[in-house]
Design a protein around this ligand. Structure first.
Ligand SMILES: Cc1ncc(COP(=O)(O)O)c(C=O)c1O
Length: 405
């Protein structure tokens, strides 16, 4: 695989940051976009734009076809059973809110339990918190172990006959742990408990197969997959789509409206109220093609190699503490450096063109558990190389020297 060729497809890397070449290690936050995605959006606006699913004029039909083609591509990419199971949202956060709100409204009552984990991003906690407040439900947190993983036994221990849903991350955006989703889903099935997977970090880095995984809901954001901002995807198993009520009301999601009665069509229309992110959805088709051209397995292999090289070198530095040491790990490295605040680390690294993130990464429960308010985080994408890891390690050394003075 020619990473230089792949990297050359991303216009952003032609720019200098603070006079230095950009080493972009903030991919868990959002990834950069290849030219073909940018061009696709531009072409759509220049030649094909219209609102979708409404008018019958030629442009509207073309735009609707392009938009729906992305749905077909996503269906195929994640191996969903039907295209109706793919719902466009504005991001993963909205996808999870959609499930928490509609499922919570219909199926969660006082005293019922929602099982999540200490690893969850706030996006997979706060929507459930709203249901806790509204319905008098209870949220249980499966503990993560010292390696920064959640084990199947911990989930098993917490399931009761009041558990109404399990919400769990596929890949932690802090420790990088890849959770045993298939085993958790299989366990949940024996108790008739639906499982929602927060796939925000899973989707860009792991092979997805919804029929194999068997989960009920899978939420992810396209901007972390070399795609546009403003588009998220909710995969929902067909059996839920007829049972759950609409999420938001408005144009484009009704069957018939009169003064005392409104009827709704099936999915996905029922869940896609108002004008959607038309150009961005069309642009995402090129992100999928970009990933498929390289092959997700090649992406996984490359990122793993670069991450392991980086980890090995970072571990040689006695002042660096890596957060978590999971057996199955995605390409995310969160760390602290003794005596230096993560925000200072990120600011100093930025002077050398190295972009990392510092903060709690929307995982305050996990940071509280680890006993720090913030960590620094380097997260990889397909364009990162071992040289980038050398840059990171050198920039960290420089950072240490500045603070030793
Ligand atoms: C694990 C995880 N879940 C959810 C989110 C929320 O994603 P978005 O802001 O795109 O909705 C993120 C974003 O960082 C994430 O890493």
């Amino acid at each position: 695989m020619d990473i230089n060729f792949i990297k050359s497809q991303f216009p952003i890397f032609k720019n200098k940051i603070n006079g230095k070449p950009l080493i972009y290690l903030d991919n868990a936050n959002s990834s950069q976009k290849p030219l073909r995605v940018i061009d696709r959006i531009s072409k759509f606006y220049s030649k094909e734009f219209s609102n979708v699913g409404r008018s019958v004029h030629s442009l509207a039909v073309t735009a609707t076809n392009r938009f729906e083609e992305t749905r077909d591509l996503v269906k195929k990419y994640i191996n969903a059973k039907s295209r109706e199971e793919i719902i466009f949202t504005k991001n993963a956060t909205e996808a999870i809110n959609l499930v928490a709100s509609t499922y919570g409204e219909r199926f969660i009552n006082k005293g019922d339990e929602i099982l999540i984990t200490e690893l969850e991003h706030h996006s997979n906690y706060i929507p459930w918190h709203f249901i806790r407040e509204k319905k008098g439900a209870v949220i249980k947190f499966a503990k993560c172990n010292d390696r920064g993983e959640v084990e199947i036994d911990e989930i098993k221990k917490l399931i009761t006959n009041k558990t109404k849903i399990i919400g769990i991350t596929h890949l932690s955006n802090v420790t990088g742990a890849i959770l045993p989703i298939k085993k958790i889903v299989d366990l949940a099935k024996t108790k008739n408990i639906p499982v929602l997977v927060d796939g925000c970090q899973g989707a860009p880095h792991l092979k997805l197969d919804m029929q194999e995984l068997g989960c009920d809901f899978y939420a992810f954001s396209c901007h972390k997959m070399y795609g546009p901002t403003g588009v998220g995807i909710l995969y929902a198993k067909k059996k839920w789509l007829d049972k759950l009520p609409p999420y938001q009301g408005g144009g484009g999601m009704i069957e018939e409206v009169n003064k005392d009665k409104i009827t709704f069509p099936g999915s996905p229309t029922k869940y896609e109220a108002g004008t959607l992110q038309t150009a961005e959805v069309v642009g995402f088709s090129e992100s999928i093609r970009f990933i498929e051209d390289i092959g997700i397995k090649n992406i996984m292999k490359h990122e793993k190699e670069v991450m392991e090289y980086g980890l090995e070198n970072l571990k040689k530095n006695n002042s660096v503490k890596i957060i978590g040491n999971p057996k199955e790990k995605g390409s995310i490295i969160a760390f602290t450096i003794k005596g230096i605040h993560p925000h200072d680390i990120a600011t100093i690294l930025d002077e050398d063109g190295v972009a990392i993130r510092a903060g709690h990464h929307c995982c305050q429960i996990l940071h509280d558990k680890v006993g720090v308010a913030a960590t620094a985080r380097a997260s990889l994408g397909i364009y990162n190389t071992k040289e980038d890891m050398d840059f990171l390690c050198n920039a960290i050394e420089k950072c240490k020297k500045i603070f030793e003075k």
